[in-house]
Design a protein around this ligand. Sequence first.
Ligand code: FAD
Length: 420
Amino acid sequence: MTITAPAGTAHARTTRTVLISGASIAGPALALWLHRYGFAPTVVERAPAPRTGGYKVDIRGGAVEVCRRMGILDAVRTASTDMEGGSYVDERGRTVGRLPAEIFGGRVEGDDEIMRGDLARILYERTRDDVDYLFGDSIAALHDDGDGVDVTFESGTRRRFDLVVGADGLHSHTRRLVFGDERRFKRYLGAYIAIFTAPNRLGLTRWETYHARPDKLVSVYATAGESAHTAKNCFVFASPEELPYDHRDTGRQKELLAEAFAGDGWEIPRLLADAADADDFYFDAIGVIEMDRWSQGRVVLLGDAAHCASPASGQGTGLALTGAYVLAGELAAADGDHRAAFEAYERLMRPGVELNQRFAAGFAREMTLSSRWKIALRMFMVRTLPRTPWKNLIAKKIRDDLQKAAHAVPLKEYGRHAAV
Ligand SMILES: Cc1cc2nc3c(=O)[nH]c(=O)nc-3n(C[C@H](O)[C@H](O)[C@H](O)COP(=O)(O)OP(=O)(O)OC[C@H]3O[C@@H](n4cnc5c(N)ncnc54)[C@H](O)[C@@H]3O)c2cc1C
C-alpha cells in the first residue's frame, strides 16, 4: 500500500498514534484511511475475533464512492446480498403484492447491499497487516492530560496515545466514559427490533417476505450468501414506553419478544420459536443518538457512537463509512491539529447526520401500522403499485428522498486518496 499525503501536506508527517475502540464498520474504515495517511492506528475490539454475521445493510450514494476510494468496491459487489425483491403476505400466507429490491431499498444504479459482517470482514482483511488489532479487550479507563491520552485496558495493559476514537456503536463505552450516561443522548423512536439466524422455514432464495399486523412487522429473508438452509427472522413491534431489561440478558429479551407476538398467527409461532436456538440473537430499542459535540479534548466519537441514525434510516453504515473518510481526511489535512480536524469533521458531517436522523424518525413511525385498516390500505397500495400509472413517480419519490440522504455528506478530495 502506498502512503499518500493529502493536498496541502507538504512534508512527511510525524507518526501519530490513534487508538480506535470498535472493529465493526467505522473503526476499521478509519484505521484504513489513517494508515494510508501515515498515522499509526490501533484498534481494540471487545469481541474475541472479528464479528461475522449480522443483517443486511445498504451501501448507497456517498458510501459507494468512499468504498471505491478505499479500493474495496469490487469486494463489496462480490459479497452483495443480490436480493431480487420481496412480497407481503396475509394471515393465511397468500401473497398480497410483490416489489423488486430496488424499490424496497430505494437504490439506484451502483448502490448495493451487503451483510454487515461481510463488510466488517472485508475491512478487517484489508487492514490487518497494517493495523494493530487487539481483540478481546476494551478500554477500562482513560485520562486526557492535554498532550496525550493515557489508556488502561481491561486486560490491565497501559498505553499512551495521541488520540482516542470511540467507534464502539450505539451503546458506546467510550461515550459513556468521556461524555456521560447514554440516556442523555438517546432518543427512543417508539419501537423494538429483533433479528437472528434461523432455519429457512419459508424456503426463500434472495427474497424477503413481510407480514404486517397492527403495531408489528415480521420479515424473513435469505440473501445470496445465506446457506440454502438458513434465513434471517426479523421482528419489529411498536411500544409507547421503553421496556426495562438488562442489555446483556438475552434470555429476558427473548421472553419480551415472545410476549409481544403472543397469540399472533401466520408463521409467527414457528419463526419465534427459532429464537431459542439462535446464537446471534439481536434485540434493541430503535433510537437515535443526538449530541451537541462529538469530541472532547483528544477523544472523538465516530459512526453510531456519535450519531446513530437507527436501523430505520437504512443509512447508519453509510454514515459510518463517510464519517471515517472525513475524520481521517481532516486529521491529515490539519497536519496534526486535532482541534481543527475535529471541528471540520463535525461541520461537514452534522447536516447530513441530522437529515438522516429526521428521515429515520419518520420511517420508524411507518415501519409498523397501528390498525387493520391502515394495513389494508398499505396492502392495497403494494398490490396495485405495479399496475398504477403513477408507479414510476411513486418509486422516484421513495428513491429521491433516500438518495438525498445518501449524498448528504460532502466528500472532499483529500489528496491522492485513490492510490492503494
Ligand atoms: C437490525 C439492524 C438493521 C440495520 N440495517 C441497516 C441498513 O439497512 N442500512 C444501514 O446503513 N445500516 C443499518 N443498520 C445500522 C448499521 O448496522 C450501523 O449503523 C453500523 O453498523 C454502524 O457501524 P459502527 O462501526 O459505527 O458501529 P457497530 O457496527 O455497532 O460496531 C461497534 C463495534 O464496537 C464494538 N464494541 C462495543 N463495545 C466495545 C467496547 N467496550 N470495547 C471495544 N469494542 C466495543 C462492538 O463489538 C462492535 O464491533 C442496521 C442496524 C441494525 C441493528
